[in-house]
Design a protein around this ligand. Structure first.
Ligand SMILES: Nc1ncnc2c1ncn2[C@@H]1O[C@H](COP(=O)(O)OP(=O)(O)O)[C@@H](O)[C@H]1O
Ligand SMILES: CC(=O)N[C@@H](CCC(=O)OP(=O)(O)O)C(=O)O
Length: 325
């Protein structure tokens, strides 16, 4: 009759793992988390399935997850099939009227549908929408700024207004909104292409989210990219602001989005490696913080403050203290 005891012992590590999550479950319960799922982190089927599991896990753990997705590589591939070139200026796609049709078709008709399908394998949870639906995102024309000049990049929008009503209703109903980064035009009958990082950050602020999570295809924000692969584990808004001019194109909208989010009420913004399976669960529910965490200025971070504001396994990065306080 010793078997039940032996079985209990073998299961103990699992219990420890669950208990490790307890402070995080307590802290995040009922909180809104906006997750940006990016194009380059989105190309592997196993990773996509793991991402969907993580988001459903968050929902069942009592959080209110909202997914905003990109699809840059998928858009570029489809434009190529149509014989249209992909050109980026200041990190944004130059979007002609023809290209806009393709962007909308790929994001809303292909990428979003796939994500909704993956999430709904776990139950009737995900509902897809674009920024056009129920006036979720309104935008006006955005001009890229290159060397101090305003450059016309076509139908690229800057968000002017967010109406969170439909998203809040879905969240209140226990659903997982999956949002494509296309905005309705505030001034004509057409739509605008919005960078998905920017859209996710704006939505996180409008929803009063606790956390913005941006998945990408690198470990996090590198301190001296491309010369070194030292990841900045944690930094404050002011330090990030100083680093922004040194960042290269793909990271610019991500880190600008993180900065905007923490400067407008979001408690933490995190950039995570979407190539790591279950990166979201590791980040949110374990002591091993991964990736880069951006915190509002003046946040006091204590490694022992498990489950407290900003206190998971993220190590202080040198130079992070003092200059930002
Ligand atoms: N300081 C930096 N730290 C990390 N990545 C950087 C940095 N500066 C530029 N990058 C580049 O930004 C890329 C991420 O942006 P992007 O490819 O647009 O991501 P996604 O497709 O996930 O939205 C990285 O693959 C890297 O090449
Ligand atoms: C204006 C602009 O550049 N829009 C992006 C929208 C998709 C996106 O942001 O996708 P990723 O997150 O995968 O890069 C684009 O057309 O590629």
């Amino acid at each position: 009759m010793s078997e039940p005891t032996a079985r209990k012992h073998t299961a103990l590590p699992k219990a420890r793992i669950l208990i490790e999550a307890l402070p995080w479950l307590t802290r995040h319960h009922g909180k809104t988390v906006v997750i940006k799922f990016g194009g380059n982190a989105m190309v592997d089927d196993e990773l996509k399935a793991a991402f969907a599991q993580d988001v459903v896990f968050l929902r069942h753990a009592g959080l209110r997850p909202v997914v905003v997705h990109g699809g840059g590589p998928q858009i570029s591939a489809q434009l190529d099939r149509h014989g249209l070139v992909s050109e980026f200026k200041a990190g944004l796609r130059v979007t002609t009227d023809d290209a806009m049709d393709v962007v909308r078709m790929v994001l809303a008709g292909q990428v979003q549908r796939e994500l909704v399908g993956l999430l709904n394998r776990h139950g009737p949870l995900a509902v897809g929408m674009t920024g056009e639906d129920a006036h979720l995102m309104s935008a006006t024309k955005h001009f890229a700024e290159i060397d101090g000049e305003q450059v016309d990049i076509g139908r690229v929008g800057q968000i002017t207004e967010i109406d969170t009503g439909a998203v809040q209703a879905l969240l209140d109903d226990g659903r997982i909104p999956v949002v494509s980064s296309i905005a309705r035009s505030a001034d004509d009958a057409h739509v605008y292409n919005v960078n998905a990082d920017t859209a996710a950050a704006a939505l996180a602020v409008a929803l009063g989210a606790e956390t913005l999570v941006v998945l990408t295809d690198v470990e996090g924000l590198y301190a001296d990219w491309p010369n070194s692969d030292d990841v900045i584990s944690k930094l404050t808004a002011s330090r990030l602001e100083k680093l922004l001019p040194e960042l290269a194109s793909g990271m610019v909208p991500k880190m600008e989005g993180c900065l905007y989010a923490v400067r407008h009420g979001v408690t933490t913004a995190r950039v995570l490696d979407g190539r790591v399976p279950h990166a979201i669960l590791l980040e949110i529910f374990t002591d091993e913080g991964i990736g880069t965490m951006v915190l509002p200025d003046g946040t006091v971070i204590d490694q022992r403050d498990k489950g407290g504001k900003g206190g998971n396994g993220h190590q202080d990065n040198q130079g992070d203290k003092g200059e930002d306080q």
